[in-house]
Design a binder for this molecule. Structure first.
Ligand SMILES: C[S@@+](CC[C@H](N)C(=O)[O-])C[C@H]1O[C@@H](n2cnc3c(N)ncnc32)[C@H](O)[C@@H]1O
Length: 482
């Protein structure tokens, strides 16, 4: 296909979905990002920058399904969709691959079970302890290559001493886990690093910074300051929550509506640990009422690098991190093709026909094939920043085809899927992720109700397809229904 006509398939796709693209003034960037959770009790313990906000989940659920049912988030991260929906009476299930989100979800569940008064007493006692005197070799921080030198010597000693103390001297397992989680949440604050999109950025004080311009991350907290602040924040959120629950009990306010199982209490979210590419195919068909999720964006952000400190803290070694990187939904230039693995997986489940069907939907998505061809041409001409960008884009959509097929299969008739995602641009080519994924969803029998755009709402003019350089890339929430 000649490159000049290359806008054709994307223009047609745009025409197809134009009437669905609407600016939703109720949504803003804060709402679809971690920023919206910054002040929210519980959600602000760990800065999970890839998260969306509690308010977004509430908004979506209340807009479409006031009656609670079963909700799933196949990329559940820190569990925002799960906990928010569960507080509204939904039965929730998450799937998460990265140990970071898994630990955050577990800790949040445990936090509801601890004896707050005991926890408070202990925190008071901890303030007088010199952690470093408890340091034990068995709790040494097992650095990965990319985290070595991330802490000052004193901060690392205090951290190791604190962990040794928690493991050896705290007998209540739930409280012990909460204390360890508090340390997990402050790793960045007490380090020379900052998570910066694709990389872990190093402060000049580490002596490790490679960039010419010196980066200064600002205040680096001492371990004692940081842990004290974090523990105070946790206890204050837990106390506030227990006061609210008491009020509820006293006044019999109908905080939870009956869900369809007749449950009044909110049910603890259930979490599957692993890749949704493997777990979704095991979920029964027509069993879910709502999906709210945000897959990794197609933006080259490598969670296994930015969360390297947290992964090392959780005991992941180099090989495990490499494996995780490959298992993640492809969104970095290092991800290799999962086609053979998916083919074998579907065959092992006697689902080869399904594999072939999904594979053919991928091949028939014309706008996508158009983009892949252009990127391949750019690659051959050496005009891509990284030659693996073409492969990354290919793999991202290939894997998303499987995710979307499975979501459409497990959704009940009348069910809704809400997806948060960004469009991206490589080599000057806009990739309308929203339109391509919506078209794939329609190939699997879903209907696109809205593609809500955020921000200033620009970038949606009909001239857009010819004006990549000047338009704002859409940041969207798409709503599909079965
Ligand atoms: C954009 S984040 C979602 C954050 C979440 N909405 C929250 O509020 O915390 C995407 C998540 O998908 C996870 N992920 C990536 N590949 C995955 C896979 N194959 N299976 C399950 N989870 C995966 C990442 O670890 C990350 O936590």
């Amino acid at each position: 296909m000649p490159i000049l006509s290359s806008l054709c398939a994307r223009a047609m796709l745009y025409e197809k979905f134009q009437s669905k693209i609407t600016h939703n003034p109720s949504l803003d960037r804060n709402l679809v990002s971690y920023q919206g959770n910054k002040q929210t009790p519980f959600y602000s313990w760990l800065k999970y920058r890839e998260g969306f906000s509690e308010r977004l989940v509430t908004y979506i659920l209340q807009t479409f399904k006031p009656n609670p049912g079963i909700l799933i988030d196949p990329f559940s991260g820190s569990g925002t969709a799960l906990f928010t929906a569960s507080e509204l009476g939904w039965i929730t299930t998450g799937i998460e691959l990265l140990p970071v989100g898994i630990f955050a979800t577990e800790a949040r569940i445990i936090s509801q079970k601890i004896d707050i008064q005991e926890f408070k007493k202990l925190i008071y006692k901890l303030q007088k302890i010199d952690y470093k005197s408890y340091c034990k070799d068995s709790f040494t921080f097992n650095h990965l290559k990319i985290t070595r030198g991330a802490f000052s010597e004193i901060n690392e000693k205090q951290l190791v001493g604190y962990l040794s103390y928690c493991h050896d001297l705290i007998t209540d397992h739930n409280i012990q886990k909460m204390l360890i989680y508090a340390a997990f949440c402050i790793l960045e604050d007490i380090s020379y690093t900052r998570k910066d999109g694709q990389y872990l950025r190093w402060d000049f004080r580490s002596g490790r910074s490679k960039s010419k311009s010196e980066f200064n991350k600002g205040a680096i907290l001492s371990f004692e300051e940081a842990i004290e602040q974090k523990l105070k924040q946790i206890i204050s959120d837990l106390e506030l929550n227990s006061i609210q629950l008491d009020l509820f009990n006293d006044n019999q306010l109908p905080q939870f509506s009956h869900n369809k199982f007749g449950d009044l209490e909110n049910v603890e979210p259930k979490l599957y640990e692993g890749s949704c590419l493997e777990i979704l195919p095991t979920v029964p068909g027509d069993s879910v009422d709502f999906v709210i999720t945000s897959p990794p964006y197609l933006n080259r952000y490598d969670y296994t690098r930015t969360y390297a400190l947290e992964l090392a803290f959780l005991g992941c070694g180099e090989d495990q991190v490499k494996n995780l990187r490959q298992q993640m939904l492809s969104c970095t230039v290092e991800n290799r093709d999962k086609r053979t693995y998916l083919e074998e997986y579907y065959k092992s489940k006697q689902c080869e026909q399904i594999f072939l069907k999904i594979d053919s939907v991928f091949k028939q998505q014309e706008a996508l094939q158009e983009i892949l061809m252009i990127l391949e041409k750019n690659k051959n001409e050496g005009t891509l920043n990284n030659k693996n960008i073409a492969r990354m884009v290919h793999n991202y959509f290939y894997e998303m085809c499987f995710v979307i097929y499975e979501l459409s299969r497990i959704l009940q008739s009348g069910g809704i899927i809400a997806i948060v995602n960004d469009n991206v641009k490589y080599a000057g080519e806009e990739i309308p992720v929203d339109l391509i994924l919506s078209d794939i969803a329609e190939s699997f029998g879903l209907t696109t109700r809205y593609i809500w755009t955020l921000g200033r709402g620009k970038g949606n003019s009909s001239q857009q397809m010819g004006n990549y350089g000047r338009t704002e890339l859409r940041k969207c929430v798409y709503i599909w229904e079965k």
